[in-house]
Structure formats: structure tokens, C-alpha cells
Design a binder for this molecule. Sequence first.
Ligand SMILES: [Zn+2]
Length: 376
Amino acid sequence: MAGPRCRFCRGVWGELVVDMGLQPACDHFPEVGAAEADPVFPIRLWLCADCGLAQLVEDPTIPEEVRGIEPEALVAQARSAVGMIAEAGFSTAGDTVIEHPSPHGGSWVGHLAERGVGVAAGETADLVLDCFGLMHSQDVRADLERRVRQLAPGGTLLLQFHSLAAVLAQGQWNAIRHGHPVYLSVPTAVGMLESLGLGTVRAWRFRLYGGTILLAARRGEPTATAVRALAEAELAAGVRDADVLRALHDTAADTAAALRGWLVGARSSGRTVLGYGAASRAVPLLNHAGIGPDLLPAIADGSPAKHGRRIPGTGIAVVSPEAMVERSPDEVLLFVPDLLDEVRRRYPQVEAGGGSWVVAEPRPRSVESAAHAVPT
Ligand SMILES: [Zn+2]
């Protein structure tokens, strides 16, 4: 069998840095009573020695239709990013856009329309936007080249991604999962763009997902000094360092042990704990920690399409938020930290009934302490 081949530079030299073994497909939520075992697939992260792109060796899962709903934090970030782009002079009324959407949702088209930027009718546009799209790409070279071809003369390519630096800084090892074959960082993305003739003229960082990067790149322009500094900082954090990436194994073990220990403690003290957020990221975490319905009987989710299904590999049922509230949980474990403000506001019954929200990662902590832990 041939070894890995880079999804961008086609290089074959590299290192296997993370091997999570066989994991269930995290976008496939079976019916709660389905008899068949949930299918599992290997998860192996490989670091290309040539271009530095971290990527899954194989991603045989086929993403199902989108069942999630957009967190308010995602919509707010899109609005804010569109404002920053306009302020920086990269978009003006009358410009056109081609958007490459992602399964995460969060389209910018509506926000851009409010500023007079319309969807391009032709093959090219003044703005080509990839919003969390490339991280789902099986062939990054082909997809990035296509986006560059779509740039009108003088146009700007906007590339937004969850940075591998955030995964490292915050121990988000479960970002490494099926459906995400590609893990971008600033130095790697800037290098990829340069190899296609684009300089990155501006970079912004957002708190979304614990560290979201937006790059603006233009044909024939040099990469800006400030962007180079950000790339250097991410390099120093280890985004292309095989040993640093390998340590995600220990992070995974620590996170899983902390979650399991906390749930066992809650059960022995007789507290009722439910989960919130049947998101893809919860799947590897719960599986790695070996959590089943005995420790976490149900996870609520705002998306009706997920109700009556189960978290793959765990047997944990997905229920409606109303069903969660009815059970008056002492604690609700939140698996999507970006939803914290939204769920506290939407389900005040949890706290009014004496319960509390607990952010699940990197180790369970109640929202009071979470508020202090939010990076600035
Ligand atoms: Zn490569």
C-alpha cells in the first residue's frame, strides 16, 4: 500500500503524528434504537515535511446532510468579519462575491449584501470567500487553485479557518476528526497562497472556536510584515513541529480522564447530569473517555433533526432542550463552548432551578470559573 501523499504539494515525505485508532464517523448519528453497530474508521494525522500541511491520512466518511443549527456566535463573527473587511478597504458597494460555504453554516452573503456586495453572476468575483471550507477539502490543491482562478483582476481571496495553533494552545485534540481532513495554520496557509502567486496582505484573529483566523490574500502583492509575525508566532507554538503535535495524544488522554472522573464523581454524589450540544466534536471526546448512558443519560440539542438519534459509538440519546429542562439537571455539560451565552439566555430554567452549566473541555469547569478562563 502506498504511503500518504500531501493533499496540497503532493509530497510523500512526512510524519505520522497522531493515531487515534478506529473512531466512529462523527457526522453520522444513528437512530437511537438502531440495532447495527456504529461503523468505525481510522483517524491518523500526518504532517507533510514539504509544505507543512497537517492532514488526515484517510477520511473515508461521507458527510451527511447538515443537521446542526448555526450558533449565534458564528453569525455574530461573520457580521463582524464583514465589517472589518469593508473597513480595511477590501470590499466596497458594487463589488461581487463568490462564497465557498462549509457544512458549519455561517454564510456571509447576507451580511455582504447589506453592504452592497452581491453574489457574482459570472465565473469570477472581486471577493472569493472560503469560510471553513478548505478544512473539509479532500484535494486542497485543486480547491485552492479553483478559488484563485475565480479572482477578478485586483480581487481579494478571503480564507477563514480554525487554526491548528488554537488546537494546540487549547488542547482541542478532538478537532482532529472525520470530515476534517485538513488542518491549516497561518504559516502553512501563507506558504500555500505564495506558491500560487498570492501574498497575504492582512490577517485577523477571532475568538470563535477558540482561535479562528481570517486571511486576505491578493495576486502579485507581498505578504505583509504583520502577517509574517503572526505566522512566526504560530510556528513557535509548534504547528509544524511533529513532537508538539504528537503531544496531542497526552492531551486527549488527560481530557478524557478528567471528563470521566468528573462524571463518576457526579454519579456517586447522586447529581443529575445531562449534556448539551450533540456536535461532531463531542463524538471523539465521549468515545475516547468511554462515556455511555450510565454516566451521561442524554445530550440535548437545539436541532430537531438530531432528536431520537444517538451519539455514535456511545449509545447516548439526543433529546430536545425541553426534555432536558424537564429533568431539572443539577449540571449541564456543555460540549460547544461557543454556545455558552446563547444557551444560558435561552434556557434560564437550568440556573433558576439551582442547576449550573459546566464547560466540558479541557476539563469540566462551571461557568463562573469558565468566565475567568476565557482568553482575552
Ligand atoms: Zn505538502
